[in-house]
Design a protein around this ligand. Structure first.
Ligand code: MOS
Length: 756
């Protein structure tokens, strides 16, 4: 897309999103904006029990309703297969069972039928008219995951500090002797923390528009990973890879909920083929809550011990997350635990417990976000037990290396985060006594927590073209989920080519393009840089070859190595005057000089350096005891995420995450009715999120130290780290104001009514 900025703006410039005008003018095409002649609408029917069996499914009335073309269900539709298990996120999904595979119901809202009609309203009416008789059993949706009652059975597994959600239940990481060290310690903390199920709540609903042309598919999908989606759909729909094209140009975000396919996508594809008509299927908000992923409930026990001067002697982190009946989704709460602090004795264990809920999935900062709530709150509790400043406690336990993998950190500036943040926040003015700080008749609470998130790369390929009209084009089969990937890629390409950013076209969101990374794990930008750099070098080489080999070129007969490409011009080395690359190509009657680049990933491989991002959140809450009103009043966040390519889009990520963190700390919770098993607050009125009115001043600072172990620019990622740790900083600020330690999120006003 063309950019309106007239100035050259490369890496490091705080430029606005290049896709902004398309979005605000309504011309950006989201999945459900696509319409095709003859298109029909599909509306899935969800089960109204969470456990049991379908005894009878009566579609007689629904089938005869106006505009209805078909009602598909288990007895008349068997067009969707299971995808084979995947371990490297190339054809991955969390919920493996395709719709209608059997008659067993395992969660509320599980698809039992789908109504297809001329209009959405007709399909919805027909879906409502499907009568299902169930043999229901009592579901288990309990938030009590059994920590303490049900022993976590440690089973040795390969320790892998960079694992995302692939560790087996059992011991995740272990060193030293935790039991011995904890047993003999003078100062210790042993507490259980819980986090609730949370739902992603992207503004744009999950949607599929499936077009079958008699031979292959074009699938429009709101997905964070067009390539992974294609590879799953190819298997689920039983067609060759080249017969499936997936397009996702714009997303109304995903937060992890759209990383991997859900059953509606292949269902829409199967129906499109069966009916030989384009099909549009958009999940309702309730359906998103029921069966399109959520952050699972966790229970985490944290045991810490320290010497009286605050040196950690043991760190034990045991956690359980709920998962669905058929799938084993692991919320890796111990993501950051093994490497974050220096401690000789450490053990991290993971376990799962099954519930009658839809399959959980990755949600912004999966693992580390609930994990750091528990461990960073425990650090605050330990600081209080030690009569020590909580920031100082963190500083004295700063490690010199990754002690779990016994390798150096690639680039870690946690202590600088602490000092910069403390200065900006005014932390030295904090008085530690509970309720001791007052302002304008309110009690202030000040809390702090550290954060971390992995910094890795997925494999990526990209193409760069230098074109005869003087513009450049970069393309990649990744996607922009609203984070700024279009903009960042324009900047990276502009930087490498020396071509103004307003002359760089970016094309994303299509499996016909060179395969790109999924937009997850805060890895897209870091993954793309090496591929784009290689592709740009390839395009430059082609340009120089063109310049010397065309008889009509002014450089004809020179050797390519006698030329150079600088600021968009081809010139003889050592000369200042050159020819603009478009003119070079036009003279040679060549439309474009193109290069392709591919780079390996780092994720999941054996690490020689420990790559992570770091940060710290300082939070001020105000507590009005008279009317029991709690507000987050001020947030200061300092982030060490390598080179920041675009401070404007990056700050937007951290600010958004801080607001989401306020929601996590104070509001968000998907509540399951223990009788029906339904998520009962499955709408935006009852599922409370932080809004603008809850958002305080948020002061974001980036340290901007390039991490050259990751890519040519030293850029890591910023999509998730801002949410890590912030709930712990808020809960610790609440304790500082009220004297009440809330270990079960969200913190409710009811929890605080007992304060003095
Ligand atoms: Mo993120 S949960 O990896 O979209």
């Amino acid at each position: 897309m063309p950019v309106k900025n007239k100035k050259l703006m490369g890496v490091g410039m705080a430029m606005p999103r290049i896709d902004g005008p398309l979005k605000v003018s309504g011309t950006a095409m989201y999945t459900s904006d696509h319409h095709f002649p003859g298109m029909l609408y599909a509306v899935p029917v969800g089960s109204t029990i969470a456990k049991g069996r379908i005894e009878k499914l009566d579609v007689a009335k629904a089938e005869k309703m106006p505009g209805v073309h078909a009602i598909y269900h288990r007895a008349n539709f068997n067009k969707v297969f299971r995808a084979a298990p995947d371990t490297d996120f190339t054809a991955y999904m969390d919920e493996h069972r395709p719709a209608f595979e059997d008659d067993t119901i395992r969660y509320y809202g599980q698809f039992v039928a789908v109504a297809v009609a001329d209009t959405f309203e007709q399909a919805q009416a027909a879906a409502d008219a499907v009568r299902v008789t169930y043999r229901a059993e009592k579901p288990n949706v309990s938030r009590d995951l059994g920590m303490g009652a049900q022993p976590v059975i440690p089973k040795p597994t390969e320790p892998n500090a960079t694992s995302h959600n692939d560790e087996a239940p059992g011991v995740v990481s272990e060193r030293g002797e935790v039991e011995k060290a904890f047993g003999t310690a003078l100062v210790k903390i042993d507490q259980i923390y819980t986090t609730p199920p949370e739902t992603h709540c992207a503004i744009e609903l999950h949607a599929t528009v499936a077009v079958w042309d008699g031979d292959g598919y074009t699938l429009y999908e709101s997905t964070q990973a067009v390539g992974n989606h294609r590879n799953v759909m190819q298997q689920q729909l039983g067609v060759p890879k080249e017969k499936v094209r997936v397009i996702s140009r714009f997303l109304g975000s995903g937060f992890g909920g759209k990383l991997f396919p859900w059953p509606h996508a292949a269902l829409a594809g199967g129906v499109a083929r069966e009916m030989n008509r384009p099909i549009k299927l958009v999940l309702s908000r309730a359906q998103v809550f029921q069966g399109a992923g959520h952050r699972p409930a966790t229970q985490q026990r944290v045991r810490l011990s320290a010497t009286p001067d605050g040196k950690l002697t043991s760190f034990t982190h045991d956690y359980i997350n709920h998962t669905s009946i058929l799938d084993e989704y692991k919320e890796n709460c111990g993501e950051a635990t093994p490497y974050f602090y220096s401690v000789p004795n450490l053990r991290v264990t993971a376990a799962l417990t099954k519930r009658n809920v839809g399959c959980p999935t990755s949600m912004r900062g999966p693992g580390a976000v609930p994990g750091l709530f528990a461990t960073e709150t425990a650090m605050d509790e330990l600081a209080i037990a030690l009569h020590m400043d909580p920031l100082q406690l963190r500083a004295v336990n700063e490690p010199a290396m990754d002690e779990s993998l016994k390798i150096p950190f690639s680039s870690r500036h946690t202590l600088e985060c602490y000092s910069v943040g403390a200065e900006k926040f005014g932390w030295s003015k904090r008085t530690p006594q509970v309720g001791s700080m007052k302002q304008d008749g309110l009690t202030l609470g000040w809390g702090v927590a550290a954060c971390s998130w992995l910094a890795e790369r997925f494999p990526a390929s990209a193409s760069v073209d230098l074109r005869a009209d003087g513009t450049a084009r970069v393309s990649c089969g990744t996607q922009d989920i609203g984070t700024g990937t279009y903009t960042v890629l324009a900047q990276v390409t502009s930087e490498k080519l020396g071509v103004p950013v307003d002359r760089v076209e970016v094309v994303l969101g299509d499996t016909d393009l060179p395969p790109g990374p999924l937009s997850g794990g805060s890895m897209a930008s870091a993954s793309l840089i090496p591929a784009v750099y290689l592709a740009a070098e390839g395009a430059i080489q082609k340009l120089l070859l063109t310049a010397v080999s065309s008889p009509s070129s002014r450089f004809f007969g020179k050797k390519p190595e006698e030329l150079e490409f600088k600021e968009g011009n081809v010139r003889l080395k050592g000369q200042t005057q050159g020819q603009e690359f478009g003119a070079v190509l036009r003279a040679a009657h060549v439309s474009a000089a193109s290069g392709n680049g591919s780079a390996q990933g780092t994720f999941g491989g054996k690490a020689e350096v420990s790559r992570h991002s770091y940060g710290v959140h300082f939070v001020e809450v105000t507590w009005d005891e008279a009317i029991a009103r709690l507000r987050v009043n001020r947030v200061v966040t300092v982030i060490d995420a390598g080179k920041i390519i675009n401070p404007r889009t990056a700050r937007n990520q951290i600010e958004g995450a801080a607001v989401m963190g306020i929601g996590m700390a104070l509001f968000e919770e998907t509540v399951y009715d223990h009788r029906s098993g339904a998520p009962i607050n499955r709408n935006f009125a009852d599922y409370v999120m932080a809004t603008n009115a809850d958002a305080p001043r948020i002061d974001v600072t980036f340290l901007d130290h390039p991490d050259m172990a990751l890519n040519e620019l030293g850029a890591r990622g910023v999509g998730e780290i801002g949410l890590a740790g912030i709930a712990a900083a808020i809960s610790s600020a609440v304790y500082h104001a009220t004297g009440i330690r809330v270990r079960d999120l969200p913190i409710k006003i009811e929890d605080l009514l007992a304060s003095k």
